[in-house]
Design a protein around this ligand. Sequence first.
Ligand code: SF4
Length: 371
Amino acid sequence: MHTFKTIFDQYNWDAVQARIEQCSERDVEKALHASKRSLTDFIALISPAARAYLEPMAEISHRRTKQRFGKTIQLYAPMYLSNECQNICTYCGFSLDNKIKRKTLSDKEIMQEVAALKAMGFDHVLLVTGEANYTVNILYFLNAIEQIKTQFAHISVEVQPLTTEEYILLHQAGVHSVLVYQETYHREVYKTYHPKGKKSNFDFRLDTPDRIGLSGMHKIGLGVLLGLEDWRTDSFFTALHIDYLQKEYWQSKYSVSFPRLRPAEGIIEPNFIMEDRDLLQLICAYRLWNEDLELSISTREQALFRDHIIPLGITSMSAASKTNPGGYAVDLQSLEQFETSDERTASEMAAVITRAGYEPVWKDWDKAYRH
Ligand code: SF4
């Protein structure tokens, strides 16, 4: 089967990194003035040379986002269903080698969490689990979706990579989008971060968005864990991946998330520091390259940064997030996957968005239009 791997294998990490580092101011100016921007322009826009052009990049990003999405920010909340996991990932609090209390929500507990999220006003939920095939599998997901589907206008999932047939089942059950992060596209070091479990298979993960695309899923979310490896090179590969998927599975929409490595129980320190201005540059570069991408920022980021980024390219934000199973109502103290930074309530976040001149959107009307 033809997949992204065929294209990915034509690239070399070090050569891509060198190409980004060597971009000149002239390359950046050419990219800024292009009417339609290519991946070559994206490379220039994420390069160190583009750091001096943050202001014009932010200005164009603001304008393009406003034209394409209006002055709106979608709000969603993650709902962690389980912290059971059979993988070792060196950056995650749920890693198999962390001796924490494991928990998977029962039907009753799921509905308690749903009630808490609904009371906060959420209509878009992101279901999250670790990777535990025996307990948190397709049957568990389908059962959970069946229970909650009348409660939310939009259901996204961020769970273990599945087969195409399983993604079709999720799609038929009412799932709107699937998120799967490669974490890093650096094949050689990937294994050091994922030494044990199914996730240590780089190629299986790399081909996952192909399987999601084949299922006809409405939206596919990609990203890397910023801080593991050089963010510029990893972001080029993310863009290359999206470029391929958009051509191959044109019926789906695409989103990018920007998780920066955060503290969690027993995890490693970031290898590469990504400063706020780097993240701003990256968000603007994505928007300048691709006006259709949905760009999402979570509560990993601090309140001040989130407030500033509202008009500069972002289209969706999580709010009041808990990253532990049962964190909203059932078991407030269970161990988090990572620490959040912005702990404001959902209504406080909505007020901030309104004050910035934007409309906080709780309901995703896109689904209604499709039908
Ligand atoms: S990142 Fe995902 S797969 Fe890895 S340990 Fe955490 S929950 Fe498990």
